[in-house]
Write a protein that binds this ligand. Structure first.
Ligand code: GLV
Length: 306
């Protein structure tokens, strides 16, 4: 009995190596070379072809190969009874937090402006910092860490989430208080899980409620942003610029307007990339827990979608 890795377009060999290092006896099959699908008890998924899990009659566990599970939950053919786990990893959190801090500090300390000034040999000491109050949408594992580190730096921060939360060390707003949340801030960071509730949350109505000149960072999923609403929001002055790591279609198509805009900085979904060294042990731990009928680690709540 064993595991199948289904991550089309990605090199699975490093995952296989890491699994074998932990337990050489685990059978590992890699998509598209799936032969004995009835022997598979657990699947590891990243952007799998929808419906493919029908091929595994003895499946007992689904593991996301990343922090997000939206790529799994969007497959309606997945049987309800199967547990789904995700990766929670210190390195993943470390990278995500550092990326977001980089984006916030670059905005706050106007890196682009001084790069331009240097090119033109301009010495301009006026207004060296943009005062900021940061709003983090999504205050879970990743968002929570960003908040903690911003607080450490002494940067004012507030959070917004889709569930009630008490005893936070920062002002917390539930979704129904979105307007109030937006009125406090001028840097907006999206770190929400992608669920039917959060899809398209960064849209023109939201942008219109932002303080003029709000800076946007999206490190969650491309589908959180209604992409066609961003340029008008920039042109109307609600949004001053954006740092985007995720896009509705990835790779970002060559003809996409975002490539052309100097207010928009683009990175290719690298804010935080799962590290198989750290993630494979978690998956094997859960595989063994599943075989021994013990509680799983980092199992998601399907009703919530994360
Ligand atoms: C990356 O986007 C992940 O979900 O791990």
């Amino acid at each position: 009995m064993g595991i199948a890795i289904i991550s089309p377009g990605r090199d699975a060999s490093i995952w296989v190596e890491n699994i074998k290092k932990i337990d050489n006896n685990i059978e590992v099959q890699v998509f598209p070379d799936l032969k004995d699908t009835e022997r598979v008890k657990a699947v590891m998924l990243w952007q799998h072809p929808k419906g493919i899990l029908d091929k595994f009659p003895n499946l007992e566990l689904i593991c996301s190969m990343g922090a997000g599970v939206d790529h799994i939950l969007s497959d309606d053919s997945i049987p309800d009874h199967l547990p789904i786990t995700r990766i929670v990893d210190k390195k993943l959190t470390f990278s995500m937090t550092n990326y977001v801090l980089m984006g916030i500090l670059n905005y706050h300390r106007q890196t682009d402006r001084y790069k331009r000034d240097q090119k033109l040999k301009i010495w301009d000491m006026s207004y060296p910092e943009i005062p900021i109050v940061v709003g983090i949408m999504g205050v879970g594992e990743l968002g929570g860490d960003v908040i903690k580190k911003l607080q450490y730096l002494g940067i004012e921060v507030v959070g917004l989430g889709f569930a009630p939360k008490v005893d936070t060390t920062y002002p917390y707003y539930e979704k129904s208080k979105l307007d109030e949340f937006l009125s406090q801030i001028n840097v907006l960071v999206c770190m929400l899980p992608l669920t039917p509730d959060t899809e398209g949350v960064l849209n023109k109505e939201l942008f219109r409620k932002c303080n003029k000149g709000t800076y946007l960072i999206n490190v969650a999923r491309g589908s959180h942003l209604v992409e066609e609403d961003l340029i008008p929001a920039i042109e109307d002055g609600y949004i001053s610029g954006a740092l985007l790591d995720v896009f509705r279609n990835e790779p970002l198509p060559e003809g996409h307007i975002f490539w052309e805009r100097e207010e928009i900085d683009i990175t290719p979904h690298i804010a935080s990339v799962t590290n198989p060294d750290a993630a494979a042990p978690q998956i094997i731990e859960n595989y063994n827990r599943m075989l021994n009928k013990r509680p799983l680690l980092n199992q998601i709540d399907k009703a919530k979608g994360y």
